[in-house]
Ligand binder design. Structure first.
Ligand code: AMO
Length: 442
């Protein structure tokens, strides 16, 4: 008999179905056995009655995570046993036969048990199966899908950026270096150079993929490998075009989540964010004045925002603009990468921005230098040898329009959408200073 997915069985009340999946829980009650069966679409309770002797014999052997194929009669539950608001809460399977497809060893604890983060990470191939993590990664996959859909509709072309590179766009001490046939290569910290080069080909491009940061600190917002969602677009007036595009993109993502992930948000106790018509946008210097006035700390001499400042600014945006998002623009050029475009009307400051969401920076973006000579100069001003970047520089040598774009951290945005405490909960296989799957010290 063809397989029926668990979400569809209520359509078959009164007839027989074959369900394939995992044993979630087994409960023995007198001569009967109750099995909670799970497949990708949901769960259902199945009962094995004493008159089905062969099935009962198998049912008494199965354990959590064994994989079975069950043929069963779909019955409506008696009125008093109906579980309101639960998928399949009004139906039950009366098992006719059970075939064991694969056995499993004893599980360390019941799936979905509350365990600490390290235990969860140690046992990821098992714990990821629980409803909480399945919901988190369903939401993440919907964010990614919506990112793609929106940008394709806006005329962007997707491309794959290399991860092995010669010179790193973001520079600094955060690059992982590796031996490459007698030379030193790096793991990409971002697809920055390649997305800019591709503007010369397709005008509007996007790419999603893993990037690598050799950050030594262990925080609740940093990973050593994360998924960067990047886009880059040509013929812009300035960084405000990028801010507008991101705002529309976020609106699209939120509406996709409302359409496709309401159940997951409910299960995770998460609330959809507020993205008002006019998301607040302010220069770093204005933001620092607000921090001083509203929160009493003078950080006006700092070139960047500390995590506490980001939290305060989000609190301010929520209170005054009913927005969970706030754009901060015009960071000092001296603290931004060499490709950053300086504002002609505000010398020393960048036509770029960070987007803060629920207390954390989720995006950096802005306009880039598109003039070859200016870019070479900017590299020299930063003490870089432009000859090392000659490959990338060809894009500018041979003509580039004014352009800009952004990078958005998928795990950060997922964890903030869902109110998760640690970014690692929103990362399927997190790499940190202590762990690549297994703890490095073991
Ligand atoms: P930036 O380095 O600010 O900018 O990174 C962009 C976004 O990536 C996420 N992010 C991280 N997420 C998890 N762990 C980390 N260690 C980590 N580091 C960064 C954040 C951040 O806002 N090339 C530029 C982007 C651009 O201008 O287009 C860049 O990479 O969400």
């Amino acid at each position: 008999m063809a397989r029926t997915y668990i979400k569809d069985i209520s359509k078959s009340v009164g007839s027989e179905v074959t369900v394939k999946g995992w044993i979630d829980v087994r409960r023995d009650q007198g001569k009967m056995v109750f099995l909670d069966l799970r497949d990708v679409t949901g769960k259902v309770q199945a009962v094995v009655l004493p008159n089905h002797v062969e099935a009962l014999d198998v049912a008494q052997k199965v354990r959590p995570e064994w994989i079975v194929s069950v043929t069963a009669q779909v019955n409506k539950r008696p009125e008093r046993n109906i579980k309101e608001g639960v998928i399949n809460g009004d139906v039950e399977l009366e098992v006719l036969t059970i075939e064991v497809i694969a056995e499993a060893q004893d599980v360390p604890f019941e799936l979905g048990s509350e365990v600490n983060l390290d235990t969860h990470l140690d046992l990821l191939p098992y714990t990821l199966r629980g409803e909480k993590y399945k919901s988190i990664f369903k939401v993440q996959s919907t964010i990614l899908k919506a990112f793609r859909e929106f940008l394709i509709t806006e005329g962007f072309t997707e491309f794959q950026a290399p991860k092995l590179i010669g010179e790193d766009a973001e520079g600094g001490a955060n690059s992982f270096d590796l031996e490459y046939f007698g030379h030193t290569a790096h793991l990409a910290q971002s697809p920055q150079f390649y997305k800019q080069i591709m503007v010369g080909v397709f005008e509007r491009v996007f790419t999603t993929g893993n990037v690598y940061r050799a950050e030594k600190h262990a925080t609740s917002r940093h990973l050593n490998e994360y998924t960067s969602l990047d886009f880059e677009m040509g013929f812009i007036k300035d960084h405000t075009d990028i801010i507008e595009m991101e705002t529309s993109l976020l609106r699209y993502i939120i509406s996709a989540l409302k359409k496709e992930c309401t159940r997951e948000f409910e299960l995770l106790n998460a609330t959809f964010p507020e993205l008002p018509e006019n998301v607040p946008v302010m220069k770093l210097r204005e933001a620092q004045q607000i921090i001083k006035k509203e929160f009493g700390e003078d950080c006006s001499q700092e070139p960047d925002l500390e995590p506490q400042h980001e939290r305060w600014l989000c609190e301010y945006a929520k209170k005054n603009f009913n927005s969970d998002f706030i754009f901060i623009t015009h960071f000092p050029i001296s603290k931004r990468p060499m490709y950053t475009y300086e504002d002609e009307n505000d010398i020393g400051y960048a036509k770029g921005f960070d987007l803060l969401f629920r207390g954390v920076e989720i995006t950096t973006g802005g306009q880039r230098i598109h003039n070859y000579e200016k870019l070479v100069k900017s590299m020299e001003n930063k003490g870089l040898n432009s000859n090392q970047f000659r490959y990338y520089l060809q894009a500018f040598k041979y003509g580039m329009p004014p352009h800009g774009g952004l990078g958005l951290g998928l795990e950060r945005i997922t964890s903030k959408f869902l109110g998760l405490e640690n970014i690692k909960e929103a990362t399927m296989f997190p790499r940190d200073i202590n762990r690549i799957d297994n703890l490095l010290s073991q």
